[in-house]
Design a protein around this ligand. Structure first.
Ligand SMILES: [Zn+2]
Ligand SMILES: [Zn+2]
Length: 142
C-alpha cells in the first residue's frame, strides 16, 4: 500500500486565487508546525521542511541486505524530518560540520545535522542534512 503522498508539504506553486475572500470562510489548507515536545517551543514549520523522496528500501539497503530478514526490505516510514538550517540551531551557528541539534529553550536533543549529508531511515540520503526526530517533536496542524 504505497501511497505517494508527500505532496502536502510542497504545493508551493498553487495559483493565487482571489484575495477578497476572508480567511475565515475559505478554509486554508492545514499547515504543519513542529514544536519541541518538552517545552513546546516552535522549531520548524512547513516552509522549513526539506522534503525528500522516500527511499526504495530494498535497493537502497542492498549493500547490507541479509537473506531471510523480511523487515530489512520494507521501506520504512521516515522517523524524522529534514529542515533547512535555522537560527535556533546553535551548533550550526557555531560552525560545526556535524553536531547535535538542541532545543534552544530546554536543551533537549531534537536531532542532529551534517553538512555532508545524512541518511534518513527510509534509505534516502539528504545533504546537507538537518534532521529532527519526530519522536522529539509535537506535530501540529494549524
Ligand atoms: Zn525518509
Ligand atoms: Zn524544548
Amino acid at each position: 500500500m504505497a501511497t505517494m503522498n508527500n505532496s502536502v508539504l510542497d504545493r508551493a506553486s498553487e495559483p493565487e486565487t482571489a484575495a477578497n475572500n476572508s480567511n475565515l470562510d475559505s478554509l486554508p489548507k492545514p499547515q504543519v508546525i513542529y514544536r519541541c515536545k518538552k517545552c513546546q517551543r516552535l522549531v520548524a514549520s512547513a516552509e522549513n521542511i526539506v522534503s525528500h523522496e522516500r527511499g526504495k528500501g530494498e535497493q537502497c539497503f542492498k549493500w547490507k541486505k541479509r537473506s531471510g530478514d523480511p523487515f530489512e526490505r520494507e521501506p520504512a516510514e521516515c522517523s524524522s524530518i529534514f529542515v533547512e538550517p535555522m537560527k535556533w540551531m546553535q551548533t550550526v551557528q557555531e560552525g560545526f560540520v556535524g553536531e547535535k541539534l538542541q532545543c534552544m529553550g530546554c536543551k533537549a536533543r531534537l536531532g542532529s545535522f551534517n553538512w555532508a549529508g545524512m541518511q534518513c531511515n527510509c534509505g534516502t540520503w539528504v545533504n546537507p542534512a538537518f534532521q529532527l526526530h519526530k519522536s522529539r517533536l509535537d506535530e501540529c496542524l494549524i
